[in-house]
Design a protein around this ligand. Structure first.
Ligand SMILES: Nc1ncnc2c1ncn2[C@@H]1O[C@H](COP(=O)(O)OP(=O)(O)O)[C@@H](O)[C@H]1O
Ligand SMILES: O=C(O)C1=C[C@@H](OP(=O)(O)O)[C@@H](O)[C@H](O)C1
Ligand SMILES: [Mg+2]
Length: 180
């Protein structure tokens, strides 16, 4: 894997966007290539509370959102080194999370249906997509889109781009931002 320039973040770099837009994958690749710490809030939730489907089954979406808001707040308000943080797609629904994102650099991974379609039809790990995954993804994505746009400092359009394309585009975006 190519190693890009080490990058020094001043604030957390947070990836938001709909389910299967590639937040977890891009966050991990980007952090690895720039020698940064990577945090996936869903991964932390799973390590502490069990799988996401099992949390939804026992505590419902409401229970999951409470756990998620606590975990995201713990990550974003800690005085740790600035890191690359991938949130779950619905984490931005919480107003406390929205406030914490004001002091982060927020990147919206803007994925369209054709890009995510093959990903969501084969993956069954997202309880909110149970049933007609395509229909449910479209509806949720449409409803949340204004919030993603409102919170974003940058928008990264994912259509037709490989992981490496996205790492490079995000790197260029940040370099421009860091250039006085
Ligand atoms: N740029 C990309 N090109 C092709 N497949 C991708 C890309 N980004 C992510 N994927 C695949 O899409 C699926 C969902 O990615 P993931 O990172 O889990 O998304 P999210 O965290 O936004 O839900 C994974 O199987 C991943 O390998
Ligand atoms: O959009 C959502 O409400 C959710 C997105 C998922 O994360 P990804 O966006 O990483 O798939 C996960 O947090 C959970 O299944 C709920
Ligand atoms: Mg994810």
């Amino acid at each position: 894997m190519p190693v890009a320039m080490p990058l020094k973040l001043q604030r957390h770099l947070v990836l938001i966007g709909p389910m299967a837009s590639g937040k977890s994958t891009l966050g991990q690749h980007f952090a690895t290539q720039h020698g940064l710490t990577f945090i996936d809030t869903d991964r932390r939730i799973v390590a502490k509370h069990g799988t996401i489907p099992s949390i939804f089954a026992t505590q419902g979406e409401h229970g999951f959102r409470e756990i998620e808001a606590r975990e995201v707040a713990a990550v974003l308000s800690a005085a740790d080194e600035p890191s690359v943080v991938s949130l779950g797609g619905g984490a931005i629904l919480d107003t406390g999370t929205q406030q914490l994102l004001e002091s982060c650099v927020v990147v919206f991974l803007d994925a369209d249906l054709e890009t995510v379609r093959p990903r969501i039809v084969r993956d069954t790990g997202r309880p909110l997509l149970a049933g007609d995954a395509v229909e449910r993804w479209q509806e949720m994505s449409r409803r949340r889109r204004p919030t993603y746009l409102k919170l974003a400092d940058h928008v990264l359009v994912t259509r037709g781009k490989s992981q490496q394309d996205l790492v490079e585009e995000l790197s260029a975006m940040l370099e421009e931002r860091l250039t006085p």
